[in-house]
Design a protein around this ligand. Structure first.
Ligand code: FAD
Ligand code: NAI
Length: 471
């Protein structure tokens, strides 16, 4: 970009929020530039988040299954060995393929890709420190901030991404730690804890609350997945507070105490994973130059149309309100471009699915039981266990259940909670039902193919107003 050039839209950040907005803007015929400082597109999700973690989850699951779950299937396997270097290479190959794919899509849709760090010089001008040296600046009639989030650090622990790691270090370790302590039993803690536990580490998860899974997971499902993960070898310390950490020695010492006060204990670990949540990232953006402020949690404040108090500057993705999820960022990107080009846009924040990619997976959409009780909504429950589902039985993969929560009077679906094989795919059907305002009976009267795991979904729906057939 030259200094004189003005774009219809400049996007800061090439993560899911930023790159999707850029592609949609290009498709709509806008003159658009996207500034990304990482050197590759795709942000946290493609580079150090969703994609690499799912590669490791998939392959560590295969390894673990080959070690522990083949004999009864009539498959004798010998000499199984972990080649961690190759497992990491497979992950890197997937990441590189996808990030380059986004670069290709930029070219295809006429998006100018500016490699560098952007900061507001004034309300319409972004100064860019280029990765390859030098500076440039670009003006935008419209600007979208999509700078994402970063791991919340733990006070007193020095993150070196070797001994004390965030998820970024946890997806790139060069050997399997003997002992790993995970601070925080949310989604990152359980996914990354699963990976290293399957590969041989002794993993202890320390969680402040009385249940694992982070915000949103239904308590009944949380208990069930905890039991399963314990069977797989993970240890849990719930209602436990981490008081301090000492990483000065060869191993890291973590002092923990019952959350309500009392028993103290010191845990010893080769690697400590800090997974206590993520926070919006807006450092170095020069917000002060244009008078934009963040709230007490670091989120940029916006209205319903993603506009800041400067209406030509919009914010989407992890650096503003809502769940920090890639598909939420993507929905907002599409809606923000529609607001710019058509003056309307829409995201249904009541129907954003969550998936935890452990084995079995946990997935949900809508409200959980605690939330419904809190809101004073009368509801009924229909559930169906995978032990009674023919496909799960033939696959010898029967842990978990599907649970429907419906309005007691109207039968309208309010929430769906699944723990089971492929729950992450199955929740798409639930999300569609919720989006269309379906009743559980609508789902139960929809023919589902046999034998599929999805029949458990149908039968759980049936169980809200009638008896399930197979349970
Ligand atoms: P980001 O992806 O963080 O992208 C922001 C980009 O902006 C970054 O690339 C950054 O370099 C760039 N940037 C920042 N400041 C500047 C600047 N001043 N100039 C130029 N560029 C800048 N979500 C899911 O839905 N499913 C999952 O399975 C999942 N797994 C995850 C696993 C892990 C380990 C982690 C950490 C996250 C995971 N997430 C998952 C969350 C998901 O990654 C985020 O919700 C998503 O990446 C948010 O997209 P974003 O574009 O808002 O931000
Ligand atoms: P999280 O919010 O899911 O979980 C953090 C957990 O740490 C909570 O259970 C909390 O109670 C606990 N905690 C906080 N402080 C603590 C302390 N001092 N001691 C002990 N426990 C403490 O956050 P997480 O797991 O770090 O993930 C961050 C975000 O990344 C999530 O919000 C999620 O949106 C996203 N993500 C999504 C994935 C997916 O969709 N599959 C996978 C990984 C991340």
């Amino acid at each position: 970009a030259t200094e004189a050039e003005e774009k219809d839209l400049v996007i800061i950040g090439g993560g899911v929020a930023g790159y999707v907005a850029a592609i949609k803007a290009g498709q709509a015929g806008l003159k658009v530039a996207c500034i990304e400082k990482r050197g590759t597109l795709g942000g946290t999700c493609l580079n150090v988040g969703c994609i690499p973690s799912k590669s490791l989850l998939n392959n560590s699951h295969l390894y673990h299954q080959i070690l522990h779950d083949t004999k009864n299937r009539g498959i004798d396997v010998e000499g199984v060995k972990l080649n961690l270097e190759q497992m990491m290479k497979a992950k890197d190959t997937s990441v590189a393929g996808l990030t380059k794919g986004v670069e290709f899509l930029f070219k295809k849709n006429n998006v100018e890709y500016i490699k560098g760090t952007g900061a507001f010089a004034d309300e319409h001008t972004i100064a860019v420190n280029l990765i390859d040296g030098g500076e440039t600046s670009v003006r935008g009639k419209n600007i979208i901030i999509a700078t994402g989030s970063e791991a919340t650090p733990f006070p007193g622990l020095n993150i070196d991404e070797k001994k004390v790691v965030t998820s970024t270090g946890a997806i790139a370790m060069t050997k399997v730690p003997k002992k790993m302590v995970v601070i925080g039993g949310g989604i990152i803690g359980l996914e990354m804890g699963s990976v290293w536990s399957r590969l041989g580490a002794e993993v202890t998860v320390v969680e402040f609350l009385g249940q694992i899974g982070g915000p949103g997971m239904d308590a009944e499902i949380s208990k069930a997945i905890q039991k399963t993960l314990q069977k797989q070898g993970m240890k849990f310390k719930l209602n436990t507070k981490v008081m301090s950490g000492d990483d000065s020695g060869e191993s890291v010492k973590i002092a923990v105490e019952a959350a309500k006060g009392g028993k103290e204990e010191t845990l010893d670990a080769d690697v400590v994973l800090v997974a206590i949540g993520r926070r919006p990232y807006t450092a170095g953006l020069g917000l002060e130059n244009i008078g934009l402020e963040t709230d007490n949690r670091g989120r940029l404040v916006i209205d319903q149309e993603y506009r800041t108090k400067l209406p030509h500057i919009r914010v989407i993705g992890d650096c503003t309100f809502g769940p920090m999820l890639a598909h939420k960022a993507e929905e907002e990107a599409v809606a923000a471009i529609e607001y710019i080009t058509k003056n309307y846009g829409h995201v249904n924040y009541g129907a954003i699915p969550s998936v935890m990619y452990t084995h079995p997976e946990v997935a949900w959409v809508g409200q959980n039981e605690a939330e419904l009780k809190e809101a004073g909504i009368k509801y009924k429950v229909g559930s169906f266990p995978f032990t009674a589902n023919s496909r799960a039985k033939t696959n010898l993969d029967t842990e978990g259940m599907v649970k429907f929560l419906c309005d007691a009077e109207t039968d309208r679906i309010l929430g769906i909670h699944i723990m089971g094989p492929n729950a992450g795919e199955m929740i798409a059907e639930g999300t569609l039902a919720l989006e269309y305002g379906a009743s559980a009976e609508d789902v139960a009267r929809t023919c589902h193919a046999h034998p599929t795991l999805a029949e458990a979904f149908k039968e759980a729906a049936m169980a809200t107003y009638d008896k399930a057939v197979h349970y």
